[in-house]
Design a protein around this ligand. Sequence first.
Ligand code: HEC
Ligand code: HEC
Length: 196
Amino acid sequence: MNNPMRYAAFAAAGLLALGAAGLALGDSDDDDDRREYKSGSRWIEPRADVAPVTNATYREECGACHMPYQPGLLPAAAWQQIMTPDALGDHYGDDASLPDGLRTEITSYLDGNAADDAGRSRSRAFAVGTIAGDGLPRISKTRYFLNEHDEIPPRLVSGNPDVGSFSNCNACHRGAAEGVYNDDRVFIPGVGRWDD
Ligand code: HEC
Ligand code: HEC
């Protein structure tokens, strides 16, 4: 995954101080990375892998029971399935029904910012090979997600009271709320930093 040539380019651009963070992001859209890593003379947080949530209605309504998942974590077709009145009434075992006005506003926000059109490569990866399966689509059942998490044993997830399920991204990804998922900022509760 880490391309030595790209790393050399980072170094040449005077970004050697990035160290591991630079390496971890070596496979994403590097032009944007260069711009956003340095702000004036300050180093800023690693760039978000997935565009952060910008819609306040969405954040409030869909962040009440779990973190408001960034729209760029699922393709538009999946969000449409999740956002029908019937699906919201039986939302992964919960009732997440919304008045029609709010439902329409949130659906168009999700639709317009979904993974299929995302500018960031890690976000676009979530649009590939979404598993139809039974029930509603899940971020945690996309092909990309399963590939990235297949080495984590169940005892650290369902068997871990501080995590519970893979749906709780923010239990392990300290930057999840800002859309930062890169593996430098993973910390599994009760386990610590993840080194693979
Ligand atoms: C009443 C509580 C509640 C509200 C409100 C709610 N959800 Fe959920 N949501 C859940 C539960 C419970 C799960 C299943 C979590 C699990 O399996 O651990 C879930 C799961 C999800 C998942 C799948 C996560 C995965 O595993 O990939 C998505 C996507 C999702 N919700 C989107 C939304 C959206 C969009 C809204 C707003 C319209 C919303 N949720 C509002 C309770 C809620
Ligand atoms: C039990 C802890 C845990 C939970 C919960 C979890 N992850 Fe992860 N995630 C990890 C670990 C550990 C890795 C690094 C895997 C590796 O490098 O082998 C990872 C890797 C990733 C990556 C790839 C990062 C990179 O730099 O390549 C993405 C994207 C990601 N997770 C997104 C999510 C999303 C979105 C959710 C919620 C739907 C989630 N994760 C839930 C532990 C978790």
